[in-house]
Design a protein around this ligand. Sequence first.
Ligand code: GTP
Ligand code: MG
Length: 149
Amino acid sequence: MNKIQENYTFSMIKPDAVQANHIGAMLSMIEKAGFSIDAITMLQLTPIVAEHFYAVHSDRPFYKSLCAFIASSPVVVMVLQKENAVADLRKLMGATNPVEAAEGTIRKIFATSIDYNAIHGSDSDETAASETSFFFPGCDLLLKKASTT
Ligand code: GTP
Ligand code: MG
């Protein structure tokens, strides 16, 4: 998905949630919220990929620990399809800090702190396209909808 498409987003189940065996419960919430999982795999980020993934935060004081955490053990990366996918996933995720997350959101249920907040979701269609093409090169072939539109 190298070109920017509406109705798709990229998401990652972070190391804390994978280690806590919450993959199934989180995927279930995502599917029940109306998303279809169009691509998915488990992998572990290298330190260099982690720095690239969070490069936008490179000036922040928490950057080093954020990169170390996201590369600390396997994650699940996926492409999700739904109308308003980017905004709707951010809503389902809840606030970055789980203390501020709304009841019923993924972070409210599964995150334990702002550092260990269970899930990532792209913040725009542009970010979704670049994150998807990074983790799923050639993803056009995989996307169910892409072949029919
Ligand atoms: P991601 O989906 O991980 O990108 O989270 P987000 O989009 O809700 O937040 P953002 O992109 O602003 O920050 C990326 C990650 O950095 C967050 O998930 C947090 O783990 C961490 N982070 C952001 N702000 C803070 C902060 O003020 N303090 C600390 N300790 N961590 C922060
Ligand atoms: Mg973010």
